[in-house]
Design a protein around this ligand. Sequence first.
Ligand SMILES: [Zn+2]
Length: 411
Amino acid sequence: MIHKEDLIKRFISYVTVDTESDPESNTTPSTAKQWDLANALVKELKQIGMQEVTIDANAYIMATLPSNLDYEVPTIGFISHFDTTPDFTGANVNPKIIENYDGKDIVLNEDQNIVLSPDDFDDLLLYKGQTLITTDGTTLLGADDKAGIAEIISAMDYLIRHPEIKHGTIRVGFTPDEEIGRGAHKFDVEKFGADWAYTMDGSQIGELEYENFNAAGAVVSVKGKIVHPGYAKGKMINSMYIATDFINSLPRLETPEHTEDRQGFFHLYSINGEVDSTKLQYIIRDHDKGHFEARKEMIQKLADELNSQYETEAITVEIKDQYFNMREKIEPVMHIVDIAEQAMKDADIEPIIKPIRGGTDGSQLSFMGLPCPNIFAGGHNFHGRYEYVPVESMQKAIEVIVNIVKIVAKK
Ligand SMILES: [Zn+2]
C-alpha cells in the first residue's frame, strides 16, 4: 500500500526534529522548537494535495481531504500530537533500522552498553522477521506520536493518489503539547467540524481504547505546632506524625504498584514535611465514576476523622478534578468504536480493546464535543531510550485509517 522505504523516510524526517514540550512554560506551544516540525508538516500537507491547510497562533494544524462522494456521509477526523515528552531527551534522535529482526538482543549503543532485549521487553518477540526502528540508546525515539502523524499523512497521501477509493470529508488535526496535558485545551472543535475523530496515539498493533481513568489531584496539608522539644509536653503537635496516620489510613493495596486493569488507586507521589507543616500530594484514579467519587469522599472523611481525633483543624484537603473517563461520551455513539474494530478486522488485525490506565487527548476532546477513541500507532516503551516501532505496525495503522474511511463512505 505505502512503500516501506517511503514510510521510514517520512517517519525519520519527523523524529529527527526535536519537539520536546515543557510543563514549566506558559506559552502554546510550550517550546518554540515545536514550530520547526509544525511548519514542515503544513508544507507537507499542502504538498501531498490536502485542502484548507491551516496553522493557528498556537501551532494547531488542521487540513481537509474533501469528499469525492455525491451523497452525504459523516465528516470524520484523525488526530496526533507532534510534541515529545519532557521525561527524556528528544534532541539529536539518531534512529537505527533493524531489518528482519531475529528475536535476539539489539545493541542500541555499544559504547554505553545499552541493550534492547526481549528478556526485559518480551513484546519484541511479536515482531520477529519485521523491520524495527529503535533509538541509539541516548534519546527517546518519538514514535509517540510521530508514528501517528506519519500514518495519518501517509493514509491521506494514499487516498489522494487513489481517487477511485470513495470517501467522505476527512479532517486531519495535529497538536502541540499533548505530553504536558495541554494538547486538547486549545483545540478548536468547532473549526475542526468533524462528527467524530480518532487519535492515532495508542501503542501495540490492535489497540483500540475508549475508556480512560477519571482523574483528580489531592493536596493534603497538615498543620502542626512547633515548640522547644525540651518543654513540648502537651504543647507540640508534630504534623509529620498526623500525616503518617493519614497515609496509613488509606488502603495500602489500592496503590499503583498493586492494581491493574479496571482497579483504581490513590497514589502518594510527594511528601514534604517538617514539625510545623507537612504537605502530601496524591493523584486519585478510577475508571468507575461512582468509585472515583467515593475515593474523593474517603480522603475528605479521613481528614475529618483525624481532625476530630486531634481536636484541631490540623488537616485541610484540596481536591481538583483533572479529567474524566470518555466512556460516557462514547457509549451513546458506540458505532464509532465498532467501525474502528471492523476496520482492524478487515486488515487482519485482532482488536485489543482495553481501558487506558491514564488519559488521552481524546478523553478531553470527547468532553469538548468531539467523541474521540484512541487507535494504536504501533510503538512500544514510550518516553524513554528503549522506545521502538515496527514498520509493519505503522503500515497496518495506515490500512486501518483507509479502512475506516471506506466503511464511513458506505451509505
Ligand atoms: Zn502520545
